[in-house]
Write a protein that binds this ligand. Sequence first.
Ligand code: FES
Length: 111
Amino acid sequence: MTDWVDAGDASRLDAAGRTLVRIQGHQIVVFRSADTLHAIDDSCPHSGASLCTGRLDDSGHVKCPAHGLRFRLSDGRMAGSPKGAAALTARVYPVRVSDGVIQIQLGGDGG
Ligand code: FES
């Protein structure tokens, strides 16, 4: 079982429902979408642009501000990839709030 790592006070989630955290060499965006928290690497898997300022849509995707690719917050998969094509995937992390503190699990696949 991977430990939860503190990533700052939950009040950091601004009115737009997002905050950028840096923990243990990772730069991660925490989004609140439909009352659910999601944590996703801030680096777009296409070409590395920051996803922090990307627009969220009602279907739980963030749109990269650089070239417009959309990534599902729940699993990081790119939306709309052609059938059979390898889809780009942004890394996502388990996230929770415990006693007012954002906590993220970094371990698992490559953490
Ligand atoms: S860098 Fe994100 S879509 Fe190109």
